[in-house]
Design a protein around this ligand. Structure first.
Ligand code: UDP
Length: 346
């Protein structure tokens, strides 16, 4: 069976995708420098799948090390590129770090692909490229205009998409699928892998689970005066396992030569918008646990409401988000409990 390179494979979405790839029969080489993840994730993957992915501790900025890695694993046929810096706030403070990490990693891979005859790449992008879509573009499909990015992080996603376009336009012998994620949440149903936030979480779900666990005193809900049904922001929360499966389908589409274009773009979401309050209340109900919260002021740069029109992915990829929000929110809580048990002293 073919081998896939997963950069950032010990990260949140990367680890879940590695599991789905291996369960679909692919061999996987993970390249990760562990700057925002933990090596123990490999044990979690092995416990779920029953075999270990190959792992190389390489920074994707290191062209020479990547080159050697491609020589070592000469059977790599495709890449799923997750490795990137992803904290929006940090990117505002350290823009050059973000541009260097996110752009140069991709450029290294795109340069090395033809050298090693690797034909296919899946690029992990984000719905942030749409900014706040106009009312007539909600839900958002892939034709919605790209808005100026609100952060260097968002800008790196836009520029990376353009880099891939330009490389293919210049007749690079590769094909690409760009996946624009909405809000990935949840964890593997085994509770053996999940999201491992660094320090105080920025994202909603890790903050909710840590508050439920008593690690944080209360959740701050950023604003309830938005023009939405209950005043809190609306997002399209997509289960991380559903998201991971979309990567396997996208890769297979390229390997099977089924693409309509050498570069294709898909929105990955559920098609359902949920408010912050709906998430918190559903989490409390399905897990029978309290989440103390207070309403505070709006968070700078937050988008009021955005959710996906996933019809293109549904029809063309034959992929659909399947897990219910209740299942997903249960899996988040189970993962938080697993983490808590792991971290308890003996
Ligand atoms: N949010 C919140 N409190 C938090 C973290 C997030 O109210 O501690 C809200 C945030 O304002 C947004 C939603 O939850 O409306 C999702 O935020 P997240 O940072 O997870 O994703 P993104 O902003 O990238 O959509």
């Amino acid at each position: 069976m073919a081998r896939i390179l997963v950069t950032g494979g010990t990260g949140y979405i990367g680890s879940h995708t590695t599991v789905e790839l291996m369960q679909a029969g692919y061999d996987v080489t993970i390249v990760d420098n562990l700057m925002n993840s933990n090596i123990d994730v490999l044990d979690g993957i092995a416990a779920i799948v029953g075999r270990r992915p190959d792992y190389e501790n390489i920074d994707c900025l290191d062209y020479v090390a990547l080159d050697k890695m491609f020589e070592k694993y000469a059977d790599i046929v495709g890449i799923i590129h997750f490795a990137a810096s992803k904290a929006v706030g940090e990117s505002v403070e350290k823009p050059l770090l973000y541009y260097r990490n996110n752009l140069n990693s991709l450029i290294n891979l795109l340069e090395l692909m033809p050298v090693h005859k690797v034909k296919h790449i899946v690029f992990s992008s984000s719905c942030t490229v749409y900014g706040q879509p106009d009312a007539d573009h909600l839900p958002v499909d892939e034709t919605a205009p790209i808005k100026p990015a609100l952060s260097p992080y968002g800008n790196t996603k836009q520029i990376c998409e353009e880099i891939i376009h330009d490389a293919i336009h210049a007749k690079s012998p590769i094909t690409a699928i760009i996946l624009r994620y909405f809000n990935p949440i949840g964890a593997h149903p085994s509770a053996l892998i999940g999201e491992l936030p660094n320090g105080i979480p920025n994202n909603l779900l890790p903050y909710v689970t840590q508050t439920a666990m008593g690690i944080r005193k209360e959740l701050s809900i950023f604003g309830n005066d938005y023009n939405t049904p209950d005043g809190t922001c609306v997002r399209d929360y997509i289960d991380v396992v559903d998201l991971a499966k979309a990567h396997v389908v996208a890769l297979k589409r390229m390997i099977d030569g089924k693409q309509d274009d050498k570069i294709e773009i898909f929105n990955l979401g559920t098609g359902r918008g949920l408010s912050v309050l709906e998430i918190v209340e559903t989490f409390k109900r399905v897990n029978n646990v309290d989440v103390p919260y207070k309403i505070v002021g709006r968070r700078e740069g937050d988008i009021e409401q955005v959710w996906a029109k996933p019809d293109k992915a549904n029809k063309v990829l034959g992929w659909k988000a399947e897990r219910t929000i209740e299942e997903t929110l249960r899996s988040s809580w189970q993962w938080q409990q697993h983490l808590n048990n792991m971290q308890k002293p003996d």
